[in-house]
Design a protein around this ligand. Structure first.
Ligand code: SAM
Length: 197
């Protein structure tokens, strides 16, 4: 019997050693509590990385099923290894592809957007058709390590400035989207929960 806590510790250690961005502890606690409280059973995740958040979400309840998409081969293979190690391959479906090339017919209770931060509006618009009525779209990294609260002039790198502007555009998109009620949470790296009206 594999020690799941030891495996999770190793996944987090691998992420740190290899500079793989994974969800912060507070963010994961928020996400898993949301899944539990709202009886979420089906989840689509954009941005698997090495499978950490997918595994943590799957461990909430044996009835939770996840489809998760990753475009980086090394990370996808590492995620596959981690999912198999924990015997979760029946409940976590890993798709190795760019999310923009993936067309799914299934509907999900929760869509978790955690991929390229400049593309969040596109991911939202592309996958909202896969959301169940009463479903939620959750997005991570809306604070982007505190940079979203800064003025342009305080951010030295031009690329970073452009990225932060895109995240601000996404926040505005959520605030003004009349099809959803969005709540913003100052938890982890900043999380939004958008519920279909
Ligand atoms: N959700 C993961 C966790 O907390 O364990 C972390 C995901 S990491 C922040 C973002 C991942 O999204 C990266 O591994 C990146 O390769 C992937 N990604 C970015 N853009 C993507 C796209 N268009 N399609 C699929 N994966 C993408």
């Amino acid at each position: 019997m594999v020690d799941k806590y030891a495996v999770i510790r190793e996944i987090k250690q691998y992420a740190e050693t290899n500079n793989v961005p994974i969800m912060m502890d507070d963010g994961i606690n928020f996400l898993t509590t949301y899944i539990l409280k709202n009886h979420v059973k089906s989840i689509l995740e954009i941005g698997t990385a090495i499978g950490y958040s997918a595994i943590m979400m799957a461990l909430v309840d044996v009835n939770v099923k996840i489809t998760t998409i990753e475009r980086d081969e090394v990370r996808y293979l590492e995620a596959l290894k981690n999912v198999k190690l924990l015997g979760l391959e029946d409940r976590i479906t890993l798709i190795y592809n760019d999310a923009f090339n993936v067309k799914l017919d299934d509907k999900f209770d929760l869509i978790f957007i955690d991929a390229a931060k400049a593309q969040s509006i596109k991911f939202f618009e592309m996958f909202e058709r896969n959301l169940n009525c009463n479903g939620a779209i959750i997005t991570d990294n809306l604070k982007f390590h505190g940079l979203v609260d800064k003025n342009d002039s305080e951010i030295k790198s031009r690329n970073l400035r452009a990225l932060v502007r895109k995240i601000k555009d996404y926040i505005k998109f959520l605030e003004t989207n009349e099809k959803y009620n969005t709540e913003f949470f100052d938890i982890g790296d900043g999380i939004s929960v958008s519920i279909k009206k």
